[in-house]
Design a protein around this ligand. Structure first.
Ligand code: FAD
Length: 317
């Protein structure tokens, strides 16, 4: 079922969902299941599975270093299929522009369709590790809007190399990213909203936001999006702070602000166990306010460990 159909069916009730990151290659999938198992009692209608960019590795050969490209995590689609069939839940693979040609993306989408996966998050992807700027892959897309266009073309039977008379047309529901505090490369929030509107006009069905810690920024973003003509559901993305280092890391990587109250509570913690508890309590309060405001879904970034998400969900769902 489509994410938007789940939202419609809920009839105003806020849903619970979360995002997982595939484990590093070589690890057992059981580790992933062990993190998903405790969250299934909260009935997530869908689970997102992220995709990581390819990485450079340097292999020493007779005193010289050979630069090679590798992927550190297994394919998202296989994991989505495994989770979908194990838990009978919809899964949302994240599909990236970066690292994929349009042909590779088409194969991926065709496989999604065969596997009954009809939701996808269409994302540009970040710059590769060690590179300062995002560079489009040769034969790939530069912006998420172009990826949304490709997916919508497929929905209408238009493949890259022509129209195919299909008897089971794809019908993907497409999610895209939104940034209450603007994307780090955007010159202004207004320009970024214009770009978001382009993604929606190209056929995106819903938006999931970057993490934020100040609900006011989300509420203002939703209002500004409406004014800009964006009328699809905007799902808030929530990340509980888990370690002290997040105070520096999250603003640096995502260019987001952390409220003073949360900063001082985290700074007063003596151990990361205490920080994790502060993160849980803050996320519960943040989520309660969003619930009261009637957001369609509370979507949590689980980052591979679910104990804190379980503690939060237990208070709310
Ligand atoms: P875009 O919408 O393409 O925007 C990128 C930048 O370009 C923005 O600054 C925008 O304003 C600008 N822009 C857009 N169109 C144009 C145009 N035509 N001309 C000029 N400028 C333009 N990353 C991963 O690698 N894997 C994941 O699984 C993943 N999941 C994510 C999930 C969510 C909910 C979110 C919020 C982000 C996720 N990301 C993920 C991170 C995302 O890939 C990065 O934030 C990336 O830098 C931007 O992706 P985007 O899809 O928002 O890009």
């Amino acid at each position: 079922m489509k994410v938007t159909d789940h939202i419609d069916k809920a009839n105003g009730k806020t849903l619970f969902s979360f995002e997982i990151i595939p484990p590093q290659k070589g690890k057992n999938i059981q580790e992933l299941y062990d993190n998903i198992d405790p969250l299934m009692e909260f009935n997530p209608p869908f689970i997102d599975v992220t995709t990581s960019r390819e990485e450079y590795v340097y292999i020493e050969k007779e005193g010289l270093f050979d630069k090679k490209i590798t992927r550190m995590r297994p394919g998202t689609l296989g994991i989505c299929a495994a989770i979908k069939h194990k838990y009978n839940v919809d899964t949302v693979p994240h599909v990236l522009c970066g690292g994929f040609t349009k042909e590779e993306t088409e194969y991926l989408l065709v496989d999604c369709h065969y596997l009954g996966i009809n939701n996808v998050m269409a994302l540009r992807g970040d710059a590769m590790k060690g590179e300062q700027y995002f560079k489009a892959t040769r034969g790939g897309h530069s912006y998420a809007t172009q990826l949304v266009n490709q997916i919508q073309n497929l929905n209408s039977g238009k493949y890259l190399h022509g129209v195919i008379d299909v008897d089971d047309k794809a019908d993907f529901c497409i999610g895209v990213a939104g940034y209450p505090e603007k994307h780090l490369e955007a010159p202004s929030l207004q320009t970024d909203l214009k770009r978001l509107k382009e993604k929606v006009d190209a056929g995106a069905d819903y938006v999931v936001t970057q993490m934020f810690f100040d609900n006011q920024k989300y509420f203002e973003f939703v209002e500004a999006a409406k004014k800009a003509g964006i009328h699809v559901p905007i799902i808030p993305g929530i990340k509980p702070i888990a370690v002290k280092r997040h105070l520096q890391l999250l603003p640096q990587v995502f260019r987001i602000d952390i409220p003073e109250t949360l900063i001082s509570e985290v700074e007063n913690c003596k151990t990361n166990k205490e920080v994790r508890q502060v993160g849980i309590e803050f996320a519960i309060e943040q989520s309660k306010e969003l619930l009261d405001a009637g957001v369609p879904v509370l979507h949590y970034y689980s980052m591979g460990k679910s104990d804190n998400i379980k503690a939060i969900a237990s208070e709310l769902f």
